[in-house]
Design a protein around this ligand. Structure first.
Ligand code: FAD
Length: 328
């Protein structure tokens, strides 16, 4: 590992000032729980001169409920604390289930919410220090014609990574807002707009976060009454693993009929993949066999599997059916 200077700012503004201002300047990186960053350093995927440790900034490790029932989660809240929070489990099961599905107990004890949303791709070409793929400034996505069992079936190109975060689809489904701090102040971005496709923004990044911005807090608005929610994830290894596919669903029923639904797919696209046409198809319908079949077809419409990941299409349709059956 390349030697680096460790800096321990005590305010968000100070931390943000220690970060680079120019796109492409990799001289400093933020450190939260270190579960992803340390691996990147050890594998020479990033070689910053400075590590800016967020852990001395007070107030970022709190889970707070507003009088209106909204929830604010500090970026340094651990996945374990989020998964174990009694009120989160009761009122926002989608979030507790997503946090609980991440990695192993050790990873959840150290990993933070902010780090989870900003973690880098798991594609093994990206993770191999010798493969200079598109995500590392190369000219080619090696997964496209290479080993692509774990890659994108939706929204891919020119890079075919999938976003690895389990929390991200759940927060998009909940309509969460992300509070970003920089030396110039704060701005608010909807979770849905935070993540980008490789074809939309900078292919070297997965979010709209500027180099000197820090994710400070996540605000989940108070859910409209009657919301039921769940996060279902399919993983190859049950002890701990990244998702092969996942589905985050928030639903409001009116008797036996769907009043409203928000549905976001995970691990099938470079960003959490909201399926608005499938949501619209369910409005006003009972969740009978025809509706469940139709919603799966609509959600996966436009999927373009690569050579080794066609299995994600039926797998994801199955997860959608299971999630909706569970909630109804
Ligand atoms: C073996 C293993 C299995 C895993 N399984 C899963 C899984 O099943 N599901 C899943 O979702 N994840 C999984 N992960 C990923 C893990 O959950 C994340 O790496 C972890 O949550 C990152 O949190 P951290 O606090 O350790 O982040 P760090 O490693 O400290 O940071 C991660 C990245 O985010 C940046 N960053 C950190 N905090 C902020 C912030 N507040 N604002 C802006 N940028 C920030 C850092 O600069 C870095 O690039 C796994 C990881 C491992 C090693």
């Amino acid at each position: 590992m390349k030697a680096f200077e460790l800096q321990n700012p005590v305010t968000l503004a100070e931390a943000a000032r220690l970060l680079p201002t120019k796109e492409g300047d990799e001289s400093a990186r933020l450190l939260a729980g270190g579960q992803d960053l340390l691996t990147e350093l050890k594998h020479h995927l990033v070689e910053p001169d400075r590590i800016v440790n967020l852990k001395h900034v007070p107030g970022l490790d709190a889970i707070e409920w507003g009088a209106d029932g909204g929830l604010t989660i500090g970026a340094l809240v651990t996945l374990q604390d989020l998964a174990e929070d009694e009120r989160v489990r009761r009122e926002l099961p989608i979030l507790a289930e997503a946090a609980e599905s991440v990695g192993s107990p050790q990873i959840r004890a150290m990993g933070t919410v902010g780090g989870n949303l900003n973690q880098r791709p798991r594609c093994w070409y990206y993770r191999n220090e010798h493969a200079v793929c598109l995500k590392k400034g190369g000219t080619e996505c090696f997964a496209y014609e290479g080993r692509n069992k774990y890659n994108a079936i939706l929204g891919g190109g020119p890079s075919y990574i999938v976003h690895p975060s389990d929390l991200a689809p759940a927060l998009v489904a909940l309509g969460a807002q992300l509070m970003l701090a920089s030396p110039d102040g704060q701005r608010q971005v909807a979770a849905e707009d935070f993540f980008t496709l490789p074809s939309e923004g900078n292919v070297l990044r997965e979010t709209v976060l500027a180099p000197n911005e820090i994710l400070a807090r996540i605000v989940v608005p108070p859910p409209a009454s009657g919301m039921k929610s769940t996060y279902l994830k399919f993983q190859e290894r049950s002890s701990y693993d990244f998702a092969l596919s996942a589905v985050a669903v928030c639903i409001w029923m009116d008797g036996k009929k769907v009043k409203e639904v928000r549905m976001v797919l995970g691990a099938v696209a470079p960003k959490p993949w909201r399926v608005k046409r499938a949501e619209a198809l369910l409005a006003g319908r009972e969740l009978d066999a025809d509706a469940l079949k139709a919603v799966g077809e609509e959600a996966l419409r436009g999927a373009e599997p690569l050579a080794e990941n066609g299995y994600k299409v039926p797998l994801t349709k199955g997860l959608i059916v299971r999630a909706l059956q569970k909630l109804s």
